[in-house]
Design a protein around this ligand. Structure first.
Ligand SMILES: NC(=O)c1ccc[n+]([C@@H]2O[C@H](COP(=O)([O-])OP(=O)(O)OC[C@H]3O[C@@H](n4cnc5c(N)ncnc54)[C@H](OP(=O)(O)O)[C@@H]3O)[C@@H](O)[C@H]2O)c1
Length: 251
């Protein structure tokens, strides 16, 4: 019996937020496993540099909040690189404020970025994947998909919704041989967390609260992403892999 295959040769993968942080690390892992990776974001300079570093097939500038831009993005990528067989919904933002002060505009942006964009991208991906009879969708969740924390209620609400989007898509698309899963990172050293890393009190809290005793390095997400994107995970769907140093296992 052949062993499990983690080979992604010749598969096209679209990674949103692939120009930095966790998205870049996952894009790098997918590229190393043989995929033709297209990284998507708003900052062209950052994307081009990322694409060069990891040997990505292309960098595509697209604001995912511009719904009308999503279909042309898919068409452009598929024309140039073939059918998108792997979609990684990873782009994200943060806005911290107490509930009583949280700006309405920031709530809307949080939901649009973490919930609406992944839904509409998954819808576009699903159309092609259904016609071809296979595909992988991977969503970046968070430990806050499960756990509450002050000042980030809208973020956690969106990430909790994304967990259910993952399950719902897995159930509906399962009969078409499309697997939809989530990766839930704990606290990682990325730009999004710069202020927290530089805050000695928060830094100490993360190290104490996380059984591993440290922040995660973005490269530590790549393995879970390659696994979920690969044939080795063809019978894994609707699941969430927590890559959190034991954070959600501990009280
Ligand atoms: N770091 C952590 O500890 C942690 C923990 C749990 C979950 N997460 C999640 O992991 C994901 C990646 O975060 P990160 O930590 O790697 O932060 P990051 O380095 O700030 O990356 C976020 C990425 O999202 C892209 N992005 C944001 N809004 C976008 C939009 N409207 N259109 C296109 N691209 C957009 C950004 O690209 P541009 O700047 O080019 O627009 C950027 O590359 C997020 O979903 C985040 O919520 C992170």
């Amino acid at each position: 019996m052949p062993g499990p295959s983690f080979d992604l040769s010749a598969k096209t993968a679209l990674v949103t937020g692939g120009g930095s942080g966790l998205g870049l690390a996952m894009a790098e892992g997918l590229a190393a496993a043989g995929a033709k990776v297209v990284v998507v974001g708003r900052d062209k300079g950052k994307l081009d540099a990322a694409a060069k570093t990891i040997g990505a097939a292309a960098a595509e500038v697209c604001d995912l909040l511009d719904r009308a831009a999503l279909k042309p993005l898919f068409e452009r990528v598929e024309r140039a690189h073939g059918p998108i067989e792997i979609l990684v919904n990873n782009a994200g933002i943060q806005h911290r404020a107490p509930v009583q002060d949280f700006p309405a505009e920031a709530w809307d942006r949080m939901i649009a970025t973490h919930l609406s964009a992944p839904f509409f991208l998954a819808q576009l991906a699903a159309r092609g994947m259904i016609s071809r009879g296979h595909g992988k969708i991977i969503n970046t969740l968070s430990v806050t998909s499960e756990l509450g924390r002050p000042t980030i209620v809208p973020y956690a609400s969106a990430k909790g919704g994304l967990r259910m989007l993952t399950r719902g898509l897995a159930v509906e698309l399962g009969p078409h041989n499309i697997q939809v899963n989530g990766i839930a990172p704990g606290y990682f050293t990325t730009e999004m967390n710069r202020a927290l890393i530089e805050n000695p009190e928060f830094d100490a809290w993360v190290k104490k609260r996380t059984p591993a005793g440290r922040w995660g390095d973005p490269s530590e997400l790549a393995g879970a992403c390659v696994f979920l994107a690969s044939p080795a995970a063809d019978y894994v769907t609707g699941q969430v892999i927590f890559v959190d140093g034991g954070f959600t296992a501990s009280m």
